[in-house]
Every structure is written in structure tokens, then in C-alpha cells.
Design a protein around this ligand. Structure first.
Ligand SMILES: [Cu+2]
Length: 337
């Protein structure tokens, strides 16, 4: 039976369960150490939740092809693999949450950020930071600040079970152990790494408007990198208004660098990105490009390629094709269109 992924703003039960589960995974030793991942400093136990931070940062700094520039294309971003790679990442986290919550029916909730970015009537003021998502109460994510002052992931130096960031990427993307600290958020900053606004409902709908932009009917296009036309890059945000990238920039702080899964809103954000991709496939078919006739320089991004840096080497090799239809595993309560 497929689990249902629900709207985190309107489903307090899934929100509370998510907060509880993430805190459990933050406190659970994975059995792996920082040394196993080449992270400098004395070997320290890696918590299960922090494995996701490490996988993300390492894959993001792995160029495709090898020797290339990870800012042009890497093992998880700036290419067609972006959506399948994050789909698998979310499925792994969801499975771990189901385990620690002892609830096989738990579905990862999603954050419909465009709802918070859209005025309730034309010309009305928009204040996404006032969304109930960011309340400083234990059943919400806490607001902005360094560290965030409250919420279910508040850092308490005197409580070893409280949420704490232990590993983070430096400005060059390399992972470092950091003294235990809380999450940092800076909403709506201007400038090149910030964004004063969230995407709007119109921005999301326009990503489906193939009359306006015919390439949006195609999943991805050559050269399959950060310069491509097509739907994937529109949703990733290097073309058009910025969708996925813009949300990272609007939240700011720990959501900006390669270690962005340090902020648990990462997974709620990416569940919504995944929901938009699912909506695109419902309209345009479960189509993926490139196929295996593409050159080997795209290894890791072609439809039957195992992904670069798989999450769990003991699991079956994940390929884009294997995650195009996940309707037997999970469904969204509301389709995006
Ligand atoms: Cu990512």
C-alpha cells in the first residue's frame, strides 16, 4: 500500500511525526564514522540523519564527467539526474523515519512554498516568514535566527538530545566537523546568494506552460547541464524565475551551502519539488532524457546509469528509470495541477 505524502501546513499530525522522527535520527548512531567519508579531524560517529548531509555534499562536489566542473554538472545537480537523485534521497529518509517512528504508514510531508509566496488577493502583502510552518512552538520548525530561537529543532547546549548541526560544508563545498550548534536561517535576504521572495503559484503554473515555452514539454535537453532548456532545469531553477534554487536562497543560512540537508526544511522543500515533477509526468508522461545513446561523458545521468555515490551500497543500484513510477510506494494527497 502506498503511503500518502501530505501538506505540512494543513496536516499537523504529519508535521509532528516528522519533527519527532528527525530528532530520533539525529540522535541515532549510524555505525559509520567521519573518517570513512574523509572528513578531517578526529574520527567521530556519524548520526543517521547526518549521513544525508554527507551524501548530498559529497555528490554535489563530484563533477560529471570526472575532471569537469561540478558547477556545470555534478552527480546530483545541474543535470537530468537532479530529480531522480533527490527522489531516492527522500525515499531513503522516509524509510528511516518509518522505522524509527514504528509507523509503516508515515508519509514525508511537503511544503507548498508557492502557497506562502502568493498574495491572498492581488496586491495584498506577502509575509512568508509569518507562515505557521515557522512558529517557535515544538510542533513547528522555528523561525529565523542564528541559531533559530525555537521550534521542534531548537538547539539547547544543555540537552544532548536537542537538535544540533555537527558537520557542515565550508565555502568551497568541503565537509568539516563544526562545534555543535543550532540551525541558521536568514529569510528573504537580497543579493546574489539570497532571494527576497518565494516563488508564486503563477511561477509554478508557468513551468507547465508549453504554449509560452515549448521546451517545457521535454524533460531535459542537450547539453544536459545548468544551461539547458526543458522542464528539469526550469524546476531546478537555472532558467525561469528560479523555483527550487530560489527557495534555498529565500530560507538562507544552512539552506544555502552543499550541506543544506542540515536544515530539516530541506526535505519538506524537496518533497514539494518532487510533487511538481510528479505533476509534470502526469501531464507529459513518465519520460526521461537522455537515453543510453548519449555519450559516456553523461555517465550517472542517463536513464539506465547507476547514480553517482549511491546512498546505500547494499541496496539495489538506483537508476533514473527505476524511480519514474513510484505510485506503488507513495502518492501526494493533492496533485500540483
Ligand atoms: Cu540537492
Amino acid at each position: 500500500m502506498a503511503v500518502v505524502r501530505r501538506n505540512v501546513l494543513t496536516d499537523p499530525d504529519s508535521r509532528k511525526a516528522y519533527i519527532r522522527g528527525v530528532n530520533l535520527l539525529k540522535h541515532e548512531n549510524s555505525g559509520l564514522s567521519t573518517a570513512a567519508f574523509g572528513i578531517p579531524g578526529p574520527a567521530a560517529e556519524v548520526r543517521t540523519y547526518d549521513l544525508f548531509v554527507i551524501w548530498h555534499a559529497i555528490t554535489m562536489s563530484t563533477p560529471v564527467p570526472p575532471g569537469g566542473n561540478p558547477h556545470t554538472r555534478n552527480g546530483a545537480h545541474r543535470g537530468p539526474i537532479f530529480l531522480p537523485w533527490h527522489r531516492i534521497m527522500l525515499a531513503w529518509l522516509e524509510a528511516h523515519l518509518q522505522r524509527v517512528l514504528a509507523d509503516p504508514d508515515f508519509g514525508l510531508p511537503y511544503w507548498d512554498w508557492a502557497k506562502d509566496g502568493t498574495p491572498s488577493f492581488p496586491g495584498a502583502p506577502v509575509n512568508p516568514g509569518a507562515s505557521a510552518l515557522w512558529a517557535n512552538t515544538p510542533d513547528a520548525l522555528g523561525g529565523e535566527g542564528n541559531p533559530v530561537p525555537g521550534g521542534g529543532f531548537r538547539f539547547d547546549p544543555n540537552d544532548s538530545k536537542s537538535f544540533r548541526v555537527r558537520i557542515a560544508a565550508d565555502s568551497s563545498g568541503r565537509l568539516r566537523q563544526v562545534p555543535d550548534r543550532g540551525i541558521n536561517r536568514r529569510f528573504g535576504q537580497a543579493g546574489p546568494i539570497g532571494s527576497p521572495a518565494l516563488p508564486t503559484n503563477a511561477d509554478v503554473l508557468n513551468a507547465f506552460n508549453t504554449l509560452f515555452e515549448p521546451s517545457l514539454a521535454t524533460y531535459d535537453l542537450s547539453p544536459y547541464d545548468r544551461t539547458s532548456a526543458g522542464f528539469r532545469n526550469r524546476l531546478e531553477g537555472f532558467t525561469g524565475p528560479g523555483l527550487h534554487n530560489q527557495v534555498h536562497r529565500w530560507v538562507g543560512g544552512d539552506m544555502a551551502p552543499a550541506s543544506s540537508p542540515n536544515d530539516p526544511v530541506f526535505f519538506l522543500h524537496h518533497a514539494n519539488v518532487d510533487r511538481i515533477w510528479e505533476g509534470w509526468m502526469l501531464v507529459n508522461g513518465r519520460e526521461y532524457l537522455p537515453d543510453m545513446t548519449a555519450p559516456a561523458t553523461l555517465l550517472g545521468h542517463r536513464i539506465d546509469d547507476p547514480m553517482v555515490s549511491p546512498f546505500d551500497p547494499s541496496g539495489p543500484p538506483a537508476t533514473p528509470r527505476s524511480v519514474l513510477d513510484v505510485t506503488g510506494t507513495y502518492l501526494y494527497d493533492v496533485a500540483v495541477l
